[in-house]
Write a protein that binds this ligand. Structure first.
Ligand code: SAM
Length: 156
């Protein structure tokens, strides 16, 4: 199952980018034998200042047809890392070939796009900057693959 992280804003090279790239590489390496990955980031940028709805139109264009859509949203479902790993495995085992996570910009995800999501995932009730949400998501993907692979990265 291919993973797509569709997000607003371009991340230039620097420590955040290096961290995200590192987790994506680790996820791809660990997930390969599990039928998970590769994971790819799709960055969209609305240069005309059209706000949430313009961003939503660009994000929608980045979503692969037929993908499971998971909106990243502080109002969504809070999960443990093993529960998140099980959720990924369930989508994979259902034969879904693409899973797309959507991360909003400064104003969040347009409600119309949020309504299209199959699932909403929360990293807690606090609101995180979108670049941090991106880093946290890539880490959780790697952690989930490690859990499914039975590797000792995840310890409680
Ligand atoms: C700065 S936040 C936008 C907050 C915006 N005020 C809203 O109401 O959605 C940017 C994006 O990061 C992601 N995000 C921020 N905090 C999150 C959380 N606790 N759980 C999941 N995603 C989060 C969401 O995708 C959000 O659209």
């Amino acid at each position: 199952m291919r993973i797509h992280i569709c997000c607003v804003g371009r991340l230039r090279s620097g420590p955040e980018r290096a961290l995200i790239d590192d987790y994506l590489t680790r996820f791809d390496r660990t997930g390969r034998a599990l039928g998970l990955g590769p994971a790819q980031i799709h960055e969209v940028e609305d240069k005309k200042g059209g706000g949430m709805s313009a961003e939503a139109a660009l994000l929608e264009r980045a979503l692969p047809k037929g993908a499971v859509i998971c909106a990243m949203d502080e109002r969504g479902t809070v999960m443990t890392s093993p529960e998140f790993a099980d959720k990924l495995a369930t989508w994979r085992d259902a034969g879904r070939s693409d899973l797309a996570f959507v991360i909003g910009g400064a104003d969040g995800i347009d409600p119309a796009l949020r309504a299209q999501a199959d699932f909403s995932l929360s990293f807690g009730k606090m609101v995180w900057p979108h670049m941090l949400a991106r880093a946290m998501l890539t880490e959780q993907l790697y952690r989930a693959a490690s859990i499914l692979a039975g590797s000792p990265y995840h310890r409680v």
